[in-house]
Structure formats: C-alpha cells, structure tokens
Design a protein around this ligand. Structure first.
Ligand SMILES: [Zn+2]
Length: 470
C-alpha cells in the first residue's frame, strides 16, 4: 500500500485550529502530579487525553497504572502489517506545579497567546507533545485511512515526579508496548525555527549533608572562639567541592568522565553562540564570569561534564537572627553527571570526599537521594537518518544534533525495558519555553512544524525498515 504523505501534511495544516483547541483544553486541567490534592485532576487529565487519542483514530485506548501510580494512557493502531515497524510515541500529560502564580503574566491554567506563543503550564511540557502525536496519527488516518507503520502511544501520568513506576510499568506491559523505535516528544528544539534531535542527557544525583556542633544554639559572645560554628564548617566543606573555575573537585569524580569523541567535539566547536551570548540569555549580571574551565567549549561544559549546585541551605534566616551559634547547618547538593557516569558511584565519591573534610570533629549526617543515570545514544543509523530527513522536511531546516545538560529520568527505563532500540528524542520546547518556570510557553508555528515532522517521520521510518528487511 502506498500512502500519500503530502495529503496527510495537508490535513495537518487544516487541523491546526482543532489541535490548538485540544491543547488549550488540556492546559486548563491542572494535572500536577507532585500535589496529592490534585490526584483527581491528574485522572481527569488522563481521561481527556484518552478521549483525544480515541478521536485521533487510535484503538484500544485506555488508562493504565501500576502500584497506585497516576494513570498513564495507552493506545495503538496495529494494522500496517507484520513487516512494518512498530513505533512507540511517548509524551506525558502531568505537569509541574505553577511556581509563584504572581510571577505569571496570565493565569497558568488559562492558555493565552502572545506574540505567536501559547502561554500556560504544560503548553510546551508536555501536553503539546501528546497533542502532536494525536494530530499526526489523525492526519494519516483521515487522509489515507491508514498509518505507514504500526503505532503505539504512551502518555505518562507522572513524569514530573521522576517516573517512579515507569520501569515496572513497561516491564509488566512489555507485550502490549513492544516496539522497534521510540519517538519521545518531551525534549526540544535548538532554537525557534531550528529543530533539535537530542542524543545525550546528563545524569543526576543528590544528597543532603548536615553538620551538627551542639544540642541547641548557644550565645556567640559566651561561646564564640571556643565552640565551632557549624555554618562555617559547612562553608569549608562546600568550598572544597569546586575548584577555582567552579568545576567539580570531588575526589575521583573525574575518573570516569570520558573525553569527547571527534564526532561529538566537531559540531560543538562549530556552534556559533558565544559564551557571552549564553551569559546574556541566562541573565547573568555584568562582570559575572561563566563557570568551568575556560579552555573547554561551552557546550561541552553544559552537556558532557559534571556540575554541582547547592540547591538548598539551612542555617538561620537573617530575619530574626541573633547573636547565637546555631546548632546545625545543612545543604542539599545536586550533582549533574556526564554521560557514562553512575549516580550510585558518584554519591559514594561525594560522601567519601565530604567525610574526609569535615572540620573540628563536627557530627556529619549524609543522606543520599535517588538519582537518574545519564543517557546517550549514537546519533547514527537508519532511524536517526529518518528523523533527520523528517525534521528537515517539517521545518525546512536541518536539525541540530544536541546534548542536553538536564536529566530526563524516563529515558533510562525505556532503554532498559526495550533493550537498545533506537530512541529519537525530540519535542515542542525551545530555549524560550521556560518549562518548569513561570510563564511557560509554546512557539505555535514550531509546534505546527513539529507535527508536520512527525507525519513525515512515520513515513520515513516505515520506508527505512522495509529497506532494511528487503
Ligand atoms: Zn516533560
């Protein structure tokens, strides 16, 4: 059966108004997976997503969960024949909390368009991904009555809390979800107008360290000079975690950071955004230097090397402080890991480093939190070539093969459960989308181009597979 891709593309263009309305309806449902009081709302979002997938023409659409998890939504269309590949389309329907509502220009759960962008929590991350999958499927079924490949769809309900049950879910439903290629629409574009295809993510590890000197606070005049200050002790430990450039200085942590391959280094060297432009985009204050070895290219620092951040610190707040030595000081550390690094090993290295540097016999407590491994894939092979062609056709511009400094915990479980099948990580966000922040937004025309790309991608993947098996 030959299918006409351009007819399906025509349907995408005609359906964009409907797609936009579908997206707005989903954004109005505050599906905050981190918030226990939004449990019913996350379910409502799952039900709305299921209705959307059913309207797109997918079959066997239903809610599915495991171990009391928030509901995932799955569906499929499996009539392309046994020789056609099966593509799993992933997105998630839960969202981050809105943050500080007063910092939003408009209501986070009432979508509003300004300057070609749709503002609202989940507009980009990742309800746009879910609607993109549904629209691409609907475009094929409406124009051709068929899809070029077998398609399975999984829209997760708890990505924003770190996909705690995804691995168990995928393992339990392996037969129902088994696929040849993954298309994960929860990442983003290089810039507005230029698509991205992500091939590496940093890992994440975190831990709390607390130093205690006293049973309770004591007067700093009566005891200062003799009783050690745990805040100063903590400061000494924290200062030892980075070198003069701000690069991580944890003992042994660099042992398993591998150098860039030529295939990674070459495009990074060619990126034309300078450290100065990056600093401006981040809003760093005048005179502030970027961290990291200045001899290492900016994107290698962001994608391929570890970094450490103090994300919380306890002593005594300045307001209400008095002349006391506090009993205890603590910090929460977040460690980004280079591709190839193991979060368990990294936390063990952090712990050993800290234990050796606690001054004055202060009492240390060290608590590790769950981490996520880094992820990387070789951006070569038939599926990647298909994705590059599809993104070029959808956007009119070649995609940038990119790393991402952040971590997406769901990618690891997929890699484990499906064992090395190609994973194509793309998505609707761009550097201005402020995902997880206030005023999250989606660039509407790039979203249209992403949906066009998905239509091309299904055709490209089917041809690739049939070429490979012939
Ligand atoms: Zn997301």
């Amino acid at each position: 059966m030959t299918l006409n891709t351009e007819d399906a593309i025509g349907v995408v263009e005609a359906r964009m108004g409907d797609a936009r309305a579908e997206l707005e309806a989903l954004v109005r449902i505050p599906s905050i997976s981190a918030s226990p009081e939004h449990r019913a709302t996350v379910r409502q979002s799952a039900e709305a997503t299921a209705a959307l997938l059913t309207r797109s023409g997918l079959e066997n659409v239903h809610l599915a969960s495991i171990d009391g998890s928030h509901p995932n939504v799955i569906g499929e269309w499996m009539h392309a024949g046994p020789d056609a590949p099966t593509v799993l389309l992933y997105a998630h329907h839960d969202v981050q909390p809105p943050g500080l509502v007063e910092r939003w220009t408009s209501d986070p759960f009432e979508p509003v368009e300004r300057d070609g962008r749709l503002y609202g929590r989940g507009s980009a991350d990742d309800k746009a991904g879910a609607v993109a999958h549904a629209t691409a499927v609907a475009a094929w079924l409406e124009s051709e009555g068929a899809l070029p490949c077998n398609v399975r769809v999984l829209v997760e309900g708890e990505e924003e809390i770190g996909s705690p049950t995804l691995h168990a879910f995928l393992t339990e439903r392996l037969d129902e979800l088994r696929s040849d290629v993954l298309v994960l629409a929860d990442a983003g574009n290089w810039s507005v107008g230029t698509p991205g295809l992500t091939y590496s993510l940093r890992g994440l590890a975190s831990a709390d360290i607390a130093l205690r000197a006293l049973d309770g606070p004591v007067h700093s005049g009566m005891a200062g000079g003799a009783v050690p200050d745990p805040v100063m002790g903590l400061a000494r430990v924290l200062a030892s975690l980075v070198d003069e450039y701000g690069d991580v200085a944890i003992d042994g942590l660099w042992d398993d950071v591998r150098p860039l391959t030529p295939a990674e280094a070459e495009p990074i060297a060619g990126f034309d955004d300078t450290p100065e432009a990056f600093a401006r985009a981040m809003g760093t204050r005048a005179g502030v230097q970027l961290a990291g070895d200045p001899d290492v290219p900016l994107h290698a620092r962001l994608w391929n090397r570890p970094a450490i951040t103090v994300i919380g610190i306890d002593g005594h707040p300045i307001a209400g402080s008095s002349n006391q030595i506090v009993a205890r000081a603590a910090a929460r550390l977040s460690l980004r890991l280079a591709p190839g690094q193991d979060p368990v090993r990294a936390v063990a290295q952090l712990r050993a480093h800290v234990e050796q540097r606690v001054p004055w016999g202060l009492e240390l407590s060290f608590r590790a939190h769950g981490g996520a491994p880094a992820w990387e894939t070789e951006p070569t092979g038939a599926a990647f070539e298909a994705a590059k062609r599809a993104l070029r056709a959808g956007f009119g511009v070649d995609p940038v093969l990119m790393g991402v400094g952040g971590s997406i915990p769901f990618v690891g479980p997929f890699a484990d459960a499906f064992g090395g099948i190609p994973a194509l990580l793309l998505g609707p966000a761009d550097p201005r989308s402020r995902i997880h922040g206030e005023d999250e937004s989606l660039h509407l025309d790039d979203w249209r181009k992403l949906i066009r790309s998905e239509v091309y991608l299904l055709a490209e993947l089917s041809e690739t597979a049939s070429r490979a098996t012939r």
